[in-house]
Design a protein around this ligand. Structure first.
Ligand code: ADP
Ligand code: 3PG
Ligand code: MG
Length: 396
């Protein structure tokens, strides 16, 4: 059992560095599409406000390369101002004397949001000198960023090694809710994977083949697998360096008697066409690019979903942000909601889609984690949780 924020006592006037995952889905113009991750972070923030701590919030947003105005956390500060019963401040820096001075100046029970931590490359490098500069700002470190707890970064992992620490209420809730799926998976267990993070998630497919009976692959992930199985994909994005690995996964699945379903038709565009109108095709040739699963694939996937007793879904099955390519994902979301299976949907974009389909009340468990949720189900824990101190050590 990990120490939680509620085990920290005498917080009045103490500076608590709270790592959250405000990595919300954005449209092409940078507009926030869904605020679930912010809303889910509020209980811990509010608890710390009630304890009269000074709350320093740190988060990443997207995968920026240096400063990118569209990935600023400033719009999130505006959401927090409305959602919290206290003053919310914002700084476009994450360490240094100016930040220290600002923390001194804010009142107890107030909140200071720092700028996107990934504007600094030291974050993902888990640079401990960088972490030390941030640790020097506060008294405690609380990690509530379940969605990124699979990544050993400076403010998700490094800070826990430098400061007295605890997990937050969202982290505690996520772990508790997912425990059943780890300890007692129901079969047939259908794992549905899509989305855009092919390189980051392809290895999880192999790992989840241990417990899942069927793996449904859609989204951008599908095209690397289709090439691996000898199917032409036109100009759809394929991760060449992962094709051999995808082939191994297909072979291993066959050996283990597990089923892997890939799209059999697609909603695509022709890159050379003057008007890039979406159309359905079973064959992907020339300069065709697929952005959604087609009608036959929808039926194939839905049939499999009907027979499931447990479903784990991460990653939209198409470029759902564009209505022309949203249908596959929305129909699959509805099919999961209608099935009798215990359903777990994780990921910033996936949860956003479930809400778009208006079926959030029919999913058993909506998790804020995407890759984190898959890794947790596969391993039963995550490095940024393991690094937090056990409760017992702090018994008085
Ligand atoms: P989650 O946030 O649920 O973990 P990801 O971040 O892995 O999901 O993936 C979401 C992204 O994947 C979306 O931006 C979506 O547009 C993209 N995507 C899904 N399918 C395709 C596709 N066929 N082509 C291009 N992008 C896709
Ligand atoms: C997520 O959206 O899955 C988390 O916020 C982690 O983001 P990342 O995959 O860019 O590390
Ligand atoms: Mg995402």
């Amino acid at each position: 059992m990990k120490r939680t924020v509620k085990d920290l006592v005498n917080l009045e006037g103490k500076v608590v560095i709270l790592r959250v995952d405000f990595n919300v889905p954005l449209d092409d113009g940078g507009k926030i599409l869904d605020t679930t991750r912010i809303v889910q972070s509020l209980p811990t923030i509010k608890y710390l406000i009630e304890q009269k701590a000074k709350v320093v919030l740190i988060s990443h947003l997207g995968r920026p390369e240096g400063f990118e105005i569209r990935k600023s956390l400033w719009p999130i500060a505006l959401i927090l101002i409305k959602a919290l019963p206290t003053s919310v401040h914002f700084m476009n820096k994450v360490y240094g004397d100016e930040v220290k001075k600002r923390i001194q100046d804010i009142g107890n029970g107030e909140v200071l949001l720092l700028e996107n931590i990934r504007f600094y490359k030291e974050e993902i490098e888990c640079d401990m000198e960088f972490a030390k500069k941030i640790a020097s700002l506060g008294d405690y470190f609380v990690n509530d960023a379940f969605g990124v707890a699979h990544r050993k970064h400076a403010t998700t992992y490094g800070l826990a090694r430098l400061m007295p620490n605890a997990i937050g209420l969202l982290m505690e809730k996520e772990v508790g809710a997912l425990r059943g799926a780890v300890d007692d998976p129901k079969h047939p267990f259908v794992f549905i994977i899509g989305g855009g993070k092919v390189q980051g998630k392809i290895n999880l497919i192999l790992k989840l083949l241990n417990s899942a009976d069927t793996v449904i692959i859609g989204g951008a992930m599908a095209y690397t697998f289709l090439v691996a199985s000898g199917v032409a994909v036109g100009e759809s994005k394929v991760y060449d360096e992962n094709v051999a690995y995808a082939r191994d996964i297909l072979d291993i699945a066959k050996e283990k008697g597990k089923k892997i379903l890939l799209p059999i038709d697609h909603v695509c565009i022709k890159q050379s066409a003057k008007r890039k109108k979406a159309f359905v095709s079973e064959e992907m040739v020339d300069d065709m690019i697929a952005f959604d699963i087609g009608p036959k694939t929808r039926e194939l996937f839905k049939e499999e979903i009907k027979g499931a007793k447990q479903i784990l879904w991460n990653g939209p099955l198409g470029k759902y942000e564009n209505p022309a390519f949203a249908r596959g994902t929305l129909e699959i979301a509805k099919a999961i909601a209608e099935s009798e299976a215990y359903s777990i949907v994780g990921g910033g974009d996936s949860v956003s889609v479930v809400k778009m389909a208006k079926v959030e009340n029919k999913i058993n468990l909506l998790s804020t984690g995407g890759g984190a949720t898959l890794k947790f189900i596969e391993q039963g824990s995550l490095p940024c949780i393991d690094v937090i101190q056990d409760k017992i050590l702090f018994k008085r």
